[in-house]
Design a protein. Structure first.
Length: 466
């Protein structure tokens, strides 16, 4: 077993610093890698000689394995040691990212992104567990540690499109994959100094449920990709849709009767948890999909460079650093349901405004996303009993990442359907795409508001009875 470095990291304070260094490096790297993909797609398509619809799988493949392996990675850390699993995930992410920079064709590149997504899932699942093990007691130190984790995510998301766009414009799309390697190496070196930890009683993990979940998600994403090309009544498209529905039924059955389910489905009977999940899925369509398709829009319609596209995204990404700190004040003044509802609706309004004013549209989307980002996790955890907190946290994160993957895949399918060929999409196609994404986001906001209001009503009735 690999032992931590003891030369200069033996004190508790230095172990804390090493843990923070490893976790913050990871927190910057993962969203950076996701955010940079949008400004790469046009260059990848041109460099490898593929269509935009084909290179979308660079993003889809990463998101697929990211969402599929998130929960099982957390269980592996509890069983085999969080530090050990974190290091394994970092090495996997490093290998996938470095190989992506040298991929000779699109097939190899997508396989590399699948590998990188798997490593990213393991890293993301392990990083908060490492912090919790090194900062076990609630208090200012633990709060600051998790605050730095959130700040790292915001920094990575904010600078990813800008730095990635500059790299694509200056050195080519391969450099944008390679740039994450130094950050990941820094996290890996710091992790070597962290003592390992694991759960006292390791819980079994749901391998079958995780595999069925991944295959179901893959089948549906393939159907979305093939539908615009082959037709929605084509035999293969219909077969994939049918297989996805069957997979969802099988997965639900497995999770319902498993002694150690991937996700406890009874959590979705709680209106607060379900409302938070719906709110994020709605936001994913109006916000996350823009990280991919606004750069494509700028490339196709406005003929902007990759760097200009990255720069243009700053009005959307920078509010993610500032607005979350205002959320507690907003909630105290206006109430939780109003803040979440208005935040998601603001994203929808921003999508509508986008074709008219890029700056105003992206700014509205960024403010709305920043307002709800930290709140939804808190809502999802607030009504779940403490003995199921780990399951609730993992379940909600899986729903978030799966929502991101689904939103990007649906947006790509819509763009292809609206334009006939995503590679030749014009301004009208993108305007219609943004309008449809706004409509989906707005409908999701209304449903989320209803669920969250009903959960508040249920809680008030419960307090009245007691």
């Amino acid at each position: 077993m690999m032992k931590p470095i003891n030369l200069i990291w033996s004190s508790a304070a230095n172990v804390e610093r090493a843990t923070l260094a490893a976790v913050v490096a990871t927190a910057i790297t993962l969203p950076f890698g996701q955010a940079v993909t949008g400004v790469q797609l046009g260059a990848i398509a041109a460099g490898l000689g593929n269509s935009l619809s084909e290179v979308e799988w660079v993003a889809n493949g990463y998101n697929l394995t990211f969402s599929a392996f998130l929960l099982i990675a957390g269980a592996l850390g509890d069983r085999y040691g969080r530090r050990r699993v974190f290091i394994a995930g970092t090495l996997t992410f490093l290998a996938g990212s470095l190989a992506s920079a040298f991929a000779p064709n699109l097939t190899a590149l997508v396989l590399c992104r699948l590998l990188a997504g798997t490593g990213a899932a393991v890293q993301l699942a392990s990083a908060p567990a490492l912090l919790a093990a090194v900062f076990p007691e609630p208090g200012p130190s633990r709060a600051r540690a998790f605050g730095l984790l959130g700040t790292g995510f915001g920094i990575g998301l904010a600078i990813g499109p800008l730095v990635g766009g500059w790299l694509v414009a200056s050195l080519g799309w391969r450099a944008a994959f390679a740039i994450v390697v130094p950050f990941a190496l820094a996290g890996l070196i710091a992790a070597l100094a962290i003592p390992d930890s694991r759960a006292e009683t390791a819980k079994p993990f749901d391998v079958v449920g995780s595999v069925v979940f991944a295959l179901t998600l893959l089948g549906f994403m393939l159907a979305l990709a093939l539908g615009p090309e082959r037709g929605w009544t084509d035999g293969m498209t219909l077969g994939l849709v049918a297989a996805s529905i069957f997979g969802l039924v099988v997965w639900t059955y497995i999770e319902r009767f498993s002694s150690a389910p991937m996700i406890d489905l009874t959590m979705f009977s709680d209106h607060a948890f379900l409302g938070a999940s719906v709110a994020w899925w709605a936001a994913a369509f109006g916000f996350v999909s823009l990280l991919i398709y606004v750069p494509v829009y700028l490339d196709h319609v406005r003929h902007a460079s990759a760097f200009a596209a990255g720069l243009a995204l700053l009005p959307m990404t920078l509010p993610l650093l500032a607005v979350p700190s205002l959320a507690p004040w907003l909630v105290a003044r206006f109430g939780l349901v109003r803040v979440v509802g208005c935040g998601v609706l603001l994203i929808a309004v921003g999508d509508v405004v986008l074709p008219l004013s890029l700056l105003a549209g992206l700014g509205l989307v960024g403010i709305g996303a920043g307002a709800i980002n930290g709140l939804l996790d808190n809502i999802a955890m607030s009504t779940i009993p403490s003995d199921r907190a780990g399951m609730a946290a993992g379940g909600f994160q899986t729903m978030r990442v799966a929502g991101d993957a689904m939103a990007i895949a649906v947006a790509g399918s819509l763009l292809a359907a609206l334009s006939g060929n995503a590679s030749t999409a014009d301004a009208n196609a993108f305007q219609n795409l943004f309008a449809i994404l706004a409509a989906i986001t707005a409908v999701g906001a209304v449903i989320a508001i209803w669920l969250l209001r009903s959960s508040t009503s249920d809680a008030n009735q419960e307090r009245t009875r007691t």
